[in-house]
Design a protein around this ligand. Structure first.
Ligand code: CTP
Length: 414
């Protein structure tokens, strides 16, 4: 099943390193070409010879111990990998990758690779639950790393809790589904917008909103994971750009409109997750406004509606709109979907706790022209992105586009 795939298996120093030997053997049996990198810690638990015998390849433990003068091992491995899997992953390697530390063969190769990374952590329950570890995992998730969560049970340290390395069979299933899923959007171009637009008043002041961009970033990372060529058009956020995603930074709604429209003709799917300011100051001062009068009136003018423009121009593109509502969610969502001629509309009730701006979770309802498609209960934005992409991928095959007729639309689906 993994014939022709090159998998780099990183093994770090935990008692579960012995399970990585079984994983290595299963990967090899499934036809993959397996290259193992061990940290010094890992070699205290299992010998490199074990992995060398199972993988039938040299095992790397030291960045400077080059076996072949014609190549630089960490770059070569980084370039050849179709997938990087770290099992078991200690809290230490999570911290190193999250912060770009490259001080041994494994962390250096990880920094050099463009390949997708999958991580199966294993550690003491308190180390796992420590905010530092959870924070590092969140950083990595946002960057597109896929985690195979540890199981709950008796740990080698004597505690009972979450921290046991997932079983090699479960890790194998994840790896297989990863390779299957990475073909789903192959050859498709996906455009995602994210973040709140910035409408300048003067060089030091602007109008914006509370959007964190998290939903859009999660969608971009997920679409990339499914094999799409992804462009993320986003405003300034503190979020890490998902691996392999083409990033275009914008400020105002007009900038966003220009960048989106210039790519729209060659795009297959658009996720319009950005929170676009509905209005901008009529006038943008080129100097800082000085304090003088008791009142300062700023006149605003309506911004172009990017989604509505896309809805009018679309031919074969599949367009997903988003709506932030605080009341009458269903009626407003249906109206927006029709008015903006979207194929799907994801509506969040931002008045609910755990939904909307700034938080890591979301609650939404998905609509199409026929009505409610699915209710998405409270879940992480990452999980919601995954589900939304499943819905879109499922519909793409039968999607033949739709035609916009003056404030009305009809779909031509086969
Ligand atoms: N949108 C857009 N351009 C705008 C305003 C909104 O492309 N100028 C897009 C958003 O990216 C989102 C969808 O339209 O996908 C709905 O945004 P929302 O702010 O909920 O809707 P509005 O049309 O602005 O309606 P209202 O603020 O009155 O609810």
């Amino acid at each position: 099943m993994l014939k022709g795939k090159t998998i780099v298996l990183g093994v770090t120093g935990g008692i579960a390193a012995f399970k990585a030997a079984a994983l290595c053997s299963k990967l090899k049996q499934a036809g993959a070409s397996v290259h193992v990198i061990m940290t010094q810690g890992a070699t205290k638990f299992v010998t490199p010879l074990t992995f060398q015998s199972l993988s039938r390849n040299l095992v790397f433990t030291d960045t400077f111990d080059e076996q072949d003068p014609s190549e630089i091992s960490h770059i070569n491995l980084a370039d050849r990998a179709d997938l990087f899997i770290i099992a078991p992953a200690t809290a230490n390697i999570l911290a190193k990758i999250a912060h770009g530390i490259a001080d041994d063969m494994l962390s250096t190769t990880l920094l050099a690779t463009m390949a997708p990374v999958m991580i199966a952590p294993a550690m003491n329950v308190h180390m796992y639950e420590h905010p530092a570890t959870q924070n590092n995992m969140q950083i990595l998730r946002e960057r597109g790393v896929r985690f195979i969560e540890p199981g709950v049970g008796q740990l080698a340290c004597g505690y009972v809790g979450k921290g046991r390395l997932s079983e090699p069979d479960e890790i194998m299933l994840e790896i297989q589904s990863f390779f299957q899923e990475s073909q789903l959007l192959k050859g498709k171009k996906v455009l995602v917008t994210a973040g709140g637009t910035v409408e300048r008043i003067d060089p030091v002041r602007y109008i914006s909103n509370d959007s964190s961009g998290k939903m859009g970033y999660a969608l971009a990372g997920e679409a990339r994971r499914l094999g799409a060529e992804v462009t993320l058009v986003a405003t300034q956020t503190r979020l890490p750009i998902p691996d392999g995603v083409d990033f275009v930074k914008v400020n105002s709604a007009q900038d966003m409109m220009d960048e989106v429209l210039s790519r729209f003709d060659t795009t297959d799917v658009v996720f319009k997750a950005a929170a676009v300011s509905d209005y901008r100051p009529i006038e943008q001062l080129d100097h800082k406004m000085k304090k003088s009068e008791e009142e300062w009136v700023i006149r605003l003018v309506k911004n172009p509606d990017i989604l509505q423009t896309l809805g009018q121009r679309k031919t074969t593109q599949f367009v997903v709109g988003f709506a932030a509502e605080t009341n009458n969610l269903e009626a407003y969502a249906q109206d927006k979907l029709k008015r903006k001629n979207c194929d799907l509309l994801v509506a969040n009730d931002v008045s609910q706790e755990g939904a909307g701006f700034g938080v890591d979770t979301n609650i939404a309802q998905v609509f199409d022209a026929e009505g409610l498609v699915e209710v998405l209960p409270l879940q992480s934005k990452q999980d919601m992105a995954r589900r939304l992409l499943q819905i879109v991928t499922g519909r793409l095959a039968s999607h033949a586009g739709s035609v916009y007729v003056q404030g009305n639309d009809f779909s031509e689906e086969n």
